[in-house]
Design a protein around this ligand. Sequence first.
Ligand SMILES: NC(=O)c1ccc[n+]([C@@H]2O[C@H](COP(=O)([O-])OP(=O)(O)OC[C@H]3O[C@@H](n4cnc5c(N)ncnc54)[C@H](OP(=O)(O)O)[C@@H]3O)[C@@H](O)[C@H]2O)c1
Length: 268
Amino acid sequence: MTQNPKNSLNWALITGASSGIGRDLAKCFAGDGWSVILTARRLPELQKLAQELSNQFQVQTLCLAKDLNEPTAPGEIFQELQSKKLTVSALVNNAGFGHYGHFANTDITQELKLLQVNIVALTHLTKLFLKSMVAQSHGYILNVGSTAGFQAGPLMAVYYASKAYVVSFTEALANELQDSGVKVSALCPGPTETEFSQVAGLEGTNLFKKMHVMESFAVAKAGFDGLMEGKILVIPGLMNKLTVQSNRISPRKWVTRVVRGVQERNPS
Ligand SMILES: NC(=O)c1ccc[n+]([C@@H]2O[C@H](COP(=O)([O-])OP(=O)(O)OC[C@H]3O[C@@H](n4cnc5c(N)ncnc54)[C@H](OP(=O)(O)O)[C@@H]3O)[C@@H](O)[C@H]2O)c1
């Protein structure tokens, strides 16, 4: 197989690469010459993407079907890559999902899975892959948060709180690693055209009906560029930047009420 000489020894591990922002982040890395390890539950989607990327960019690819809801999955991914002697220079913690509804009525099984995938697996993978990056004084970690991480989110209380964790964790890590040669960023998209709204049960809510919805590739490209430039927080799109800034300076109770309005299903 021909290899792109630019980054041919650099492997990027991308979680949630079977769809949406993760799939487009894989395209950004491969387009820059990185070899990519693609992981998610749906193997056929990963294999299709791997074929596209190796044809288009002549990069090496590896697909790993894993369910990050399984607490053992991060360790299994790490072991599998160790046994293949693959050094991961970029980790993209993108896999995640939301769950819509009043907390009093929602399914706790789904919410515990959400916490496992959005928080626990992300933290565990970071712990496992960071050590060798620090030892080599070189590496990249991109955690996919959300504009949801900057305020409370009624009707998706657990999801918003999970993304607040991602933002806080990433900012702290970036500070600890500032002189280490490892770059750490949080990509914080607003509403984006992917499978997310369907999986979360958000159809018909004002969030996706009335807010500006960005295209997935534009979001991924902003994340990739921001990571390479060493930006800690990457908020793609002017509307999303303005929303986050205005929420920061507004009374928290008021912001929560506004978010509630956006999250409602409005028949009009
Ligand atoms: N779209 C938005 O509006 C939006 C806004 C802000 C932030 N985000 C964040 O962006 C990230 C990517 O979401 P997306 O919008 O691209 O949605 P998506 O199209 O639904 O993609 C989610 C990805 O996560 C993977 N995933 C979900 N559960 C998993 C599990 N248990 N184990 C392994 N992989 C799992 C899915 O793969 P499989 O189903 O094949 O496992 C899929 O590849 C998420 O962290 C999301 O919270 C999205």
